[in-house]
Ligand binder design. Structure first.
Ligand code: FA5
Length: 354
């Protein structure tokens, strides 16, 4: 009688169980170490010996029945939880997938590769040089001893280690190449990042790339330099852009020149002395060329004898030309980019156009 009551009470309470926590507490109440069933089994000792086997069997049968009911309840709760989560986290497998954003090369990398490919066809190999330089190589060996006024052309980021700086141009690479290859002829381009402590404007960044070029041999002249640069400009910009060569000054080249390309934004229409036509007005307000109609893309010249000597070459026997161009400025001219700051801004609307 007592066991039958226990069975009914246990099964009735199990009916009311609707979650895992309640099931655990039901389990310990009836089947646990100090549960009702264990207590019932303890009463076995108080029974007369002849009644014990039958009582023992009944307790075991009850235990089996409660365990079976427990398993049944567990399965029921699991099913219910599954149904709930399927309803709550419904997944529509027929929806179209989200498009995967595909990366691509940064425009600066693309332009750099274009430049290096053209020079590869002209016979120039790539030489990599360091971005952290010493004062000696960035300035002195390039014919700029301490206090030389030309150093002011390159406002410099110095490190906390005296004499160690971020290179202001790729030209110190010339010294590294010459010292490695002397006395053999050289035809290399040196791409890389440069740093200048300058005011940032639409056409000048504190961090920008340059491509240095260096050719050393025994019969190299200024016309080789001009021929190389004109061929390059035509290949890079196409036939439409005009180039202009001006004389200039660099301490490490003699003579020195600079090359400009006509401005793509205002088409190089510089205001004349008498008029202010529509294009003239556009040119005078042009952020890219500042109204001059031209944008400087590179400096160049014949390698100065002092620099040749520092590189190990005898200037009586060897001559060379060198140039240093700015790929960001060139990309601006090629793709009508009005502001150089866009290159390192990480703006997706800009980057997606390339
Ligand atoms: C030089 O840096 C010389 N080392 C170039 C050179 C090499 C001359 C070999 C002779 C022989 P310059 O400071 O003009 O020169 O810079 C060269 C080019 O780098 C510029 O024409 C321009 O295209 C680019 N450039 C210079 N400063 C910046 C800047 N702040 N932001 C972006 N591009 C720049």
């Amino acid at each position: 009688m007592e066991l039958e009551q226990l069975r009914q009470q246990a099964l009735a309470q199990l009916e009311q169980v609707h979650d895992e926590a309640a099931l655990r507490s039901w389990n310990s109440q009836f089947l646990g170490k100090n549960g009702a069933l264990t207590q019932a089994l303890k009463r076995l000792a108080q029974l007369p010996p002849q009644d014990r086997p039958a009582y023992g069997q009944q307790v075991n049968a009850l235990k089996e029945a409660l365990l079976a009911a427990l398993e049944h309840k567990k399965a029921e709760l699991h099913q219910r939880e599954l149904a709930r989560s399927l309803a709550a986290e419904a997944l529509d497998v027929t929806l179209p997938g989200r498009p995967v954003l595909r990366g691509r090369l940064h425009p600066a990398t693309q332009v750099m590769r274009d430049i290096l490919a053209i020079f590869a066809e002209l016979g120039f190999q790539v030489y990599r040089s360091r971005e952290v330089e010493d004062d000696l190589t960035n300035f002195e060996l390039l014919n700029m001893p301490p206090h030389h006024p030309a150093r002011d052309l390159w406002d410099t980021f110095h490190t906390t280690t005296p004499g160690v700086l971020l290179r202001t141009h790729t030209s110190p690479g010339q010294i590294h190449v010459m010292r490695q290859y002397c006395p053999r002829p050289i035809r290399v381009v040196l791409p890389g990042m440069c740093y200048r402590y300058e005011q940032i404007t639409a056409r000048s960044e504190i961090q920008f790339q340059q491509v240095e070029g260096l050719a050393i041999g025994e019969s190299i002249s200024l016309s080789d330099l001009i021929g190389t640069l004109s061929t390059f400009a035509k290949r890079f910009f196409g036939g439409e852009r005009r180039i202009r060569i001006r004389n200039s000054y660099f301490p490490f080249t003699e003579p020195s020149i600079e090359v400009d390309v006509d401005c793509i934004l205002c088409q190089g229409e510089v205001p004349g002395p008498s008029g202010s036509s529509g294009t003239a007005a556009a040119a005078s307000s042009c952020t890219l060329c500042k109204g001059t109609g031209w944008l400087e893309i590179l400096g160049a010249g014949m390698v100065h004898p002092v620099v040749l000597r520092h590189g190990g070459y005898d200037p009586e026997r060897f001559q060379g030309f060198a140039f240093g161009m700015g790929p960001q400025r060139m990309a601006m001219l090629k793709y009508a980019i009005h502001d150089i700051r866009l290159f390192w801004s990480n703006a997706r609307r800009f980057l997606e156009q390339f």
